[in-house]
Every structure is written in C-alpha cells, then in structure tokens.
Design a protein around this ligand. Structure first.
Ligand code: DLL
Length: 442
C-alpha cells in the first residue's frame, strides 16, 4: 500500500461548528433560501398551493412541510426555469450527465462559483491535498461538473493542476509518468482503465509517482478501493455530489475514511424511505434528499437524489462535526428487482471482487422471458487467469456464480468474457442493460 500519510487538516471553522450552532446557521440560511425561490415559478406555485411562506419556516423540521423536488420537475422547466436570479447574473452553466435526451442545466452566479470552489477545496484538503502537490484531473471538462468543479477546488488550495481531461488513456499514462503528478482525480473505474493501459504499455502502474487519488462521480465498492489501491499503489478517497445540488463538493472523505462528511452548512440532508417518503432512522439505508441552502442562481429544495446510502451524525475522529454519509449503495432507479429480490449492481461488484482471476469489469444484462426474470452477468477474466482449458473456465464461472448467490441471494447466469472484451468508459461506467425497460415489461 502507498506510504502516503494523509494529515488531518481542516480548512474552515464552519466544518467544526457544534451541532446546535450548525442547526441555527442552517435554519437562518434555509429561511433566506425559501425567500430567494419565492418567485421561481415552480416554487411560487408550490408555496401557494401548500400555503408556505418564509415566516412559516420556524424550525428545521418545518422544511418537511415543503414537498420534494424531482428530476422530472427540473425537466418540466427546461432549460432554466428554476433560475432565481436575472439571466445577466449567471456566471456559468453546467449540465447533468445522462446519455439520452436533453441534459438538466444548472446555473451558478459568481458567488455560487466561489462557494463551490471552497467546498471542493474542503474535501480535497481533508483528503491530503497540499499546495505543493501536482494534481492530474482526468475528468471531462465540459458540461459535466467533475472537471471544472474539481479544477477550481484544486486552485483554491493553491496546488498545481494538469487539466488532462478524459480520454486518450495511453497519453494519460505518459503524462502521469513524465510529469509525476502526486494526485489523480477521475472516476474510480477510469483509474483501473489507466492501470490496465499502463500494463499493456509495459509500465507497471505501481511505479507511477502517484501518491493518492480523489474518486467520485459513480458508485464503487470498498473492495474496489482495495483493488485500486493495490494496482496503483495509492491511497484512494471517495467524494460525492450531483449537478442539481452543486456538483462535486456535497460530501467527501477525511483522513479517517469512515464515511463522507456532508457540507451541512450549505446542504441540509434527509434520508427517506423511497416508497413511503418518510424519514428512516439514523443508520438505516434510505434515499438522500438535499436542500441547497446557500445557492443563489438555482437553489433547490428537498431534491430527491435517488441515491441510496446511510447517514450518521456520530462525531468523527477528525474533529469535523458534520454528518457523514456512507458510500452510495446504489440508485433507487438502478435497483434491479429480480424475481422480487432487490439487487444493486454494487452487490454484484462486491461478489466479483472476491473471486481471484476476474477483472472488475462487468455488465449486468436483465431480460424477461414470459414471467421470468433472466439475469446474466458478463464478467471479464484477468489475462493471467484466461485459459483455453474448458474445465478451468467452467470452475471459475461456478465460483463467480456461487459468490454472486451468496451476496445477492439470487442465482445469475455468468458469462466469461476475454480480457478487454467489455467496452470501457472514460467517465462513468455503464454497468446495467435492462431489456425489460426497452420492452416496457417493468
Ligand atoms: O457526478 C458530480 C461529481 C463529479 C461528483 C465528480 C464527484 C466527482 P452528476 O453527473 O449530476 O454529478 O451525477 C450525479 O452521480 O446522483 C450519484 O448517483 C453519482 N455519484 C456521484 N459521486 C458518487 C460517489 C456528478 N462518490 C450522480 N459514489 C449522483 C457514488 C456517486 N455515486
């Protein structure tokens, strides 16, 4: 494992407010936020319907009087119907990912941009960034919030940046070798792609000068962290965010790596049961809902993320007092219901990573024949384990199937794929193809 030691450093005093102070600050900011959105058509109509005025928000619990906002609401007001400032005050526009249809646009004022840079800087510092480091950013620079968001976060800390952007992986390997960046920023899956391409070029990825990395933008498992850390000989930190709320910077890990600190002085978090919409007890899995209380251009209230995680407000050893969220276990809309059992792609990933000889590249394909759900997992085999001996491959397939059954509780067909047989993504990995959706059978 990497010998990099992440010192415990905290950027802002607001990360360590005592909980009562924090709640008071949240309430004050929430009331201002409700005031700011009062003329946004969507909220104006909602507030009239629900009889909500800023004066009625007397406690933080009063937030629950306000209905949720969803992705569908944002789509309905496409492209910028949620704007709470005149167009002339927009300083930047980004768009949420999504491979089909139109993106969801999000706007920032100059103040929002500054807040965002600060929030990214906070988790970067929490995860070891120092002004003397060189950071290699392999996120897309464009509508996606990952590239520019992290870029300005790194600048805020005063470190230097190599804005490599995504794509052309052999060139990424060359840059990492020649310029000796200390830090890598990209999606976790892309880091494995970099390692793989390095090996194909005859470069041992462990010899790259990288010390540590900040990964985000897509779900990954603890086992995948172990694998990445082993393959690249680095320390890997997790950070989370979504465009509608601000982009990266909503939460991130500190040196303790025991969950991601939510920047609660800017975002109020709730964790709800996605079916009943009621709050779940602390520590239980639920869908995260965020209210962005300081955003100026496009504040959003009670935004349903579809991301499933747990929350704890137990104090952290690092001294920050903010609540922490677990890894995202899956998205409620990514959750597969197979023969009545709920399965997340992350569970399949966890099973695969327990079997030696498989690469963490997989694709889950779901279909329905008659009334029966049929699920097939395409799993790439490591070059060293790939064999033309039928018996060996059969044994590997059976081990994988058994591991998947033990983690998810259901049987899945396993199809082995030759090394590099599955398509790679430069950004967020595609893990599921659900033919039932295309056929309209779910
Ligand atoms: O992915 C923002 C981001 C960029 C975060 C770079 C971190 C680093 P969107 O494209 O709008 O924004 O996608 C947001 O990505 O709702 C989650 O489902 C997923 N996601 C983001 N970070 C994580 C993470 C950016 N660390 C959606 N773990 C979110 C799991 C994540 N899922």
């Amino acid at each position: 494992m990497s010998d990099f030691v992440c010192e415990n450093r905290i950027l802002d005093k607001d990360e360590t407010l005592d909980r009562a102070q924090l709640r008071a600050l949240q309430l004050e900011r929430l009331r201002q936020c409700v005031q700011r959105v009062a003329d946004v058509p969507f909220y104006k109509e909602m507030f009239q319907r629900e009889n909500i005025t800023p004066e009625k928000i007397k406690t933080l619990d009063d937030l629950r009087r306000i209905p949720f906002t969803t992705k569908a609401d944002l789509r309905e007001y496409y492209p910028l119907g949620f704007l709470a400032v005149p167009r002339s005050e927009i300083a930047r526009i980004h768009g949420s990912s999504g491979t089909t249809g139109k993106p969801t646009f999000v706007a920032y004022t100059a103040q929002d941009r500054a807040t965002w840079a600060n929030l990214c800087a906070r988790f970067l510092v929490a995860g070891g960034l120092r002004s003397e480091h060189l950071v290699h950013i392999a996120f897309g620079y464009g509508l996606f919030t990952g590239g520019f968001g992290l870029h300005y976060g790194v600048e805020y800390v005063g470190a230097s940046i190599l804005p490599a952007a995504s794509g052309n992986t052999p060139r990424q390997v060359m840059l990492l070798q020649d310029l000796a960046a200390d830090v890598l920023i990209c999606t976790p899956s892309y880091s494995l792609q970099i390692a793989e391409v390095a090996r194909a070029q005859g470069v041992d990825p462990r010899t790259l000068p990288l010390k540590y990395a900040h990964f985000g933008g897509e779900p990954w498992t603890e086992d995948m962290r172990v694998q990445i850390e082993r393959e690249l000989d680095i320390l890997a930190f997790n950070n989370y965010g979504l465009s509608e709320v601000i982009g990266p910077g909503v939460s991130g890990e500190c040196a303790a790596r025991q969950g991601m600190h939510i920047q609660e002085d800017h975002f109020i978090v709730e964790c709800i049961d996605p079916e009943t919409l009621e709050p779940v007890p602390e520590g239980e899995q639920g869908e995260l809902v965020f209210t962005a209380i300081t955003k100026q251009a496009m504040p959003i209230i009670r935004y349903r993320t579809r991301d499933i995680a747990t929350i704890t407000s137990q104090p952290c050893v690092c001294g920050r007092t903010t609540a922490r969220m677990s890894r995202v276990i899956g998205r409620s809309d990514d959750m597969l219901i197979i023969r009545g059992v709920n399965v997340y792609p992350s569970q399949v990933e966890e099973a695969l990573l327990r079997v030696d000889g498989t690469a963490p590249h997989y694709l889950i394909e779901v279909d329905r024949t008659g009334n029966l759900d049929d699920i097939k997992v395409h799993v790439e085999v490591h070059p060293e384990s790939f064999s033309d001996k039928m018996a060996q491959m059969q044994a590997l397939r059976e081990r994988i199937a058994a591991e998947i059954r033990s983690v998810t509780g259901i049987g899945m067909k396993v199809e082995l794929v030759a090394p590099r047989g599955l398509e790679r993504s430069m950004g967020k990995a595609v893990r599921v193809i659900d033919h039932r959706r295309e056929k309209g059978t779910i």
